[in-house]
Ligand binder design. Structure first.
Ligand SMILES: CC(=O)SCCNC(=O)CCNC(=O)[C@H](O)C(C)(C)COP(=O)(O)OP(=O)(O)OC[C@H]1O[C@@H](n2cnc3c(N)ncnc32)[C@H](O)[C@@H]1OP(=O)(O)O
Length: 418
């Protein structure tokens, strides 16, 4: 990669032997004039239409020089991926540098020849060399990325609320006002409001300036933004929704809702439940522990339609990641972490309520770096992964301690597509 080499001893191995079926691919950093072709290729692999000029002009700011990769065979671009500079909130509230990976695609006539593997190794090495502690992505399929050390680190749910039964309890928090924001103001107001209203939930990521116009590409003309202001008049939350109609039924699709506190959140949901003519309010990509049911006098008016994986994380620097997060109260445990791609990550780490340190002590639990990613933000119990064979327990009592150490007060959640 241009100007960036992986850290000493951390160079991931490619798999050149697997490329023999096609002419050797040339994987290299793309130059700015090549970005649009990379974007077209990615959309083609997702079976989606190419962007028109306007959509492209809203999207291209996300392409960062030095971070867009292309795989060429016989001079033709047949594979691509890119990463963007970002940060991930970890348990305890610290934000650590992270590569946001997207745009992964290999042309259908060139798949299963090792092109993705070549690009992934290059990309992960580059991110590690930049000092990024994590790489992260949203996966199109759950079977692709574990082999590269990624684990599904957060989940989200889709909820549907029957508006006819959506009366709030007397006890639901009240206060402040909600107003519709003129559409032309949304791009000016929302970036700052996201910063004000995002809570320090593990799994949160940054939304850089270029993220906002790119997000607009996927919204229709009827998309609406509402903002909540507290009693003092300060804005402290917002929701973005778009109505869709199927036959006689209308749905308000809530694509984004962030609030600084419980009152702002309750008032935003109250507003959405009061919009005339909507039959259903659908919350997309919501946290698992958001208490919408408990705002409602009839909790069954809110149904969880699906739960799915949200953010996949690849820990690039295990010592830094383990040192940075907060832990619960329990007896210390020693983890033996394995990493087939980054040998410097492999080793033993003693985890205690005071933090993490490298140790020579005998391990209590052995696990792969991808399993550690699943546990790291607190989404799953260590015991569950041990029962699935993903964690080997040498001292069974250590499982209970590890559960308590890694447990977080809030469910981790990302909620930002990229
Ligand atoms: C973060 C994002 O952007 S998500 C979007 C990802 N892109 C898409 O889903 C678009 C459609 N799919 C594609 O473009 C391609 O199939 C890709 C990018 C997913 C895979 O590219 P390929 O070049 O075929 O992957 P590659 O040949 O390196 O495969 C590596 C391994 O992963 C496996 N693999 C790759 N893709 C898949 C898949 N979709 N399902 C199951 N296994 C897969 C391969 O079988 C291979 O396994 P092995 O190491 O055991 O032999």
């Amino acid at each position: 990669m241009a100007g960036a080499r992986p850290k000493t001893g951390r160079v991931p191995e490619g798999e050149p032997g697997r490329i023999g079926a096609v002419s050797d691919p040339d994987v290299r950093v793309l130059a700015e004039p090549e970005y649009r072709a990379a974007c077209d290729l990615f959309l083609q692999t997702l079976l989606e239409a190419r962007f028109d000029d306007e959509s492209w002009s809203q999207t291209k700011g996300r392409f960062e020089p030095g971070r867009v990769l292309g795989a060429h065979v016989d001079g033709e671009l047949v594979g691509t991926t890119m990463s963007m500079t970002n940060a991930l909130t970890v348990p305890g509230g610290r934000r650590l540098p992270a590569a946001a990976v997207t745009g992964v695609g290999v042309r259908a006539d060139r798949t299963r020849r090792g092109l993705l593997s070549r690009m992934m190794h290059e990309q992960l090495g580059d991110a590690a060399a930049r000092g990024e502690v994590f790489a992260m992505l949203h996966a199109s399929e759950a079977v692709i990325y574990e082999r590269f050390g990624y684990g599904a680190a957060t989940r989200c749910r889709e909820i549907q609320i029957d508006r006819a039964r959506a009366g709030l309890r007397e006890t639901a928090p009240r206060g402040g006002t909600v107003r519709i924001l003129p559409r032309e103001q949304a791009l000016k107001v929302l970036p700052e409001l996201y910063e004000v209203s995002r809570r320090n939930r593990p799994g949160n990521i940054d939304r850089p300036a270029a993220w906002w116009p790119a997000r607009q590409v996927h919204l229709g003309n009827a998309a609406t933004v509402v903002v909540h202001s507290d009693e003092s008049g300060a804005d402290d939350g917002y929701a973005l929704y778009e109505p869709t109609r199927s036959g006689e039924r209308s749905t308000l699709n809530v694509y984004d809702l962030n609030a600084a506190d419980a009152t702002a959140a309750a008032e935003l949901w109250r507003f959405l439940f009061d919009v005339d003519l909507a039959d259903t309010v659908a919350g997309r990509i919501r946290p698992l522990d958001e208490p919408v049911e408990w705002l409602l006098a009839d909790p069954r008016a809110c149904r969880t339609v699906s739960i799915g994986d949200d953010l996949w994380v690849r820990i690039l620097d295990v010592p830094a990641a383990l040192r940075a997060r907060a832990y619960g109260h329990a007896d210390p445990v020693v983890l033996d972490v394995r990493d087939g791609h980054f040998p410097d990550n492999a080793g033993r780490y003693r985890i205690s309520p005071q933090g993490a340190e490298i140790t020579d002590s005998a391990p209590d639990l052995t696990l792969d770096v991808a399993a550690l990613a699943v546990l790291y933000l607190g989404d799953r119990r260590v015991t569950d992964l041990a029962e699935a064979g993903l964690v080997e327990a040498h001292a069974p009592a250590a499982l209970e301690s590890a559960d308590a150490l890694f447990k977080t007060a809030q469910s981790p959640w990302c909620g930002t597509s990229f």
